[in-house]
Design a protein around this ligand. Structure first.
Ligand code: ATP
Ligand code: MG
Length: 441
């Protein structure tokens, strides 16, 4: 693909309305465009990143046995009246009336709708557990939308729901999602720490927020630093393995604001390990038992007895993650971004110096492009007439991790190969391809 054909409206300077680096970068590199307060269009670059994030989220949901469905964005108020949340949810809920004067709403979350689907379809405990998820737009009429897509009103979320016959089984489901979240964020090269959290309007008694550290985060966190070293890579999806995984994390004090207690913090965390800082919530899991199944009468038959199913819900902020990764990876001072390869909009940029009368550099670029394409390396060629340093600056800003410059210094079949943040190498095309392929694994 040629850069000149790509719809990326790059701005020369940082937009003044943006306060944090992810918002600045997303506007500057034309990833998003605001359409009204807290509501954004996603342009090709931003959309491609979000879709890659979505794919990872989906794969890791499927891997722990969750099944994908798709529920609508618009819901009827009836089911929310049944659960009792229609009034409770307050002004964050966007309420709409249709032409028959029926009360509808744009879903801020889906506990009621999924419970309704469940209760009309599943009757026997033998069909349990059920782990269902969808990836769908949500609307919350936030009091103060800010920081671009980090706290907006319309956002893209993965929400999963689990249904089990008893507490013990339900905790197993909870732990499966706990593991799937660790795997999900790791694939995005993020260190997201599970922290004991408050349950808020979702309700219930067990909850973890997955938080990545960032000065610009809105969550205050209090943690034992040793939690960053907990290794989850050996965990399998068996009951005992999952249980010990959660124990390994819960050994350390790690809580969000609402759960914080100074005495406990001091009691459980030796001084040298205490960390008070800020973070971004990228995921949140809840166990809430029969909070919805009871009022909405969602039960199964278990040995002749009617049992209200035990439920949990599990959210990932798919669109927020685009911004969260930028907050974690962008070097604001030097205007350098480096996307993790797993979500980068392109793997490699080819930057030829273009002369008006002679196009051998562009030809070379085309050849590299073809070679890389055969190897499944996603490449973009900057065919614009800009000078080479402007081009490099643009790709550093966009954050394409690998770059090949074809210019005066290019000698024979040796390519000038850059990885952002590393020293330039002079290597042959096959070696360059191999480096990228190895990193992609
Ligand atoms: P927050 O505390 O940030 O307001 P929340 O606790 O209300 O979030 P959940 O109901 O747990 O959010 O939603 C699941 C995930 O959806 C969150 O972890 C977050 O990543 C994302 N999310 C929630 N609200 C927004 C928003 N206004 N804009 C973008 N993403 C959001
Ligand atoms: Mg939350």
């Amino acid at each position: 693909m040629y850069f000149s054909k790509l719809f990326v409206p790059i701005l020369k300077n940082n937009p003044s309305e943006a306060k944090i680096k992810s918002h600045k970068l997303m506007l500057r590199t034309g990833m998003i465009k605001q359409s009204s307060s807290g509501i954004y269009s996603w342009l090709p670059l931003g959309f491609k990143i979000m879709k890659k994030i979505e794919k990872i989220v989906r794969e890791e949901q499927n891997r722990v046995g969750a099944q994908e469905i798709l529920m609508p964005t618009i819901q009827s108020s009836e089911i929310w009246k049944e659960s009792g949340r229609y009034e409770d949810y307050g002004e964050e809920m966007l309420r709409i009336k249709d032409r028959q004067n029926r009360e509808m709403l744009y879903g801020p979350t889906n506990e009621e709708l999924i419970t309704d689907i469940f209760r009309t379809s599943i009757k026997s405990y033998k069909s349990l557990p059920q782990l269902l998820y969808h990836i769908q737009w949500k609307f919350r009429d936030e009091l103060r939308p800010r920081f671009g897509i980090m706290r907006c009103r319309e956002f893209y979320m993965k929400d999963a729901y689990s249904f089990d016959v008893n507490d013990d089984e339900a905790l197993l489901s909870y732990n499966k999602f706990f593991l799937s979240y660790l795997r999900t964020f790791k694939r995005m090269d993020l260190s997201a720490i599970p922290m004991a959290a408050d349950t808020g309007p979702i309700g219930g008694n067990l909850s973890h927020e997955f938080i990545i550290l960032a000065d610009t985060g809105e969550s205050k966190i209090y943690t034992d630093k040793r939690i960053f070293d907990v290794n989850s890579s050996e965990t399998t999806i068996e009951k005992d393995s999952l249980k010990s995984l959660r124990k390994d994390f819960e050994k350390y004090y790690a809580v969000t604001d609402e759960k914080f207690n100074q005495n406990e913090f001091e009691k459980h965390v030796p001084e040298e390990y205490r960390l008070k800082t800020k973070g971004i919530e990228v995921g949140h899991i809840f166990y809430f038992g029969d909070k919805y199944s009871k009022p909405m009468n969602a039960s199964v038959d278990f040995q002749g007895k009617k049992m209200f199913v035990k439920m949990g819900s599990y959210g990932v902020g798919v669109s927020r993650l685009v911004g969260a990764i930028i907050e974690a990876k962008y070097d604001d001072k030097n205007e350098l971004m480096k996307w993790p390869l797993s979500v980068s909009p392109f793997d490699c940029a080819i930057i030829p110096m273009i002369n008006k009368n002679e196009n051998s550099n562009l030809e070379k670029a085309n050849n590299i492009y073809k070679y890389f394409k055969d190897k499944n390396i996603d490449t973009i060629i900057d065919d614009s007439d800009e000078n080479i340093s402007t081009k490099i600056k643009n790709f550093n800003l966009i954050g394409i991790p690998f770059q090949i410059v074809i210019g005066k210094k290019t000698e024979g079949d040796l390519l000038e190969f850059n990885e952002i943040g590393e020293k330039t190498k002079k290597i042959k095309i096959a070696e360059a391809a191999q480096i990228i392929i190895n990193k992609k694994k």
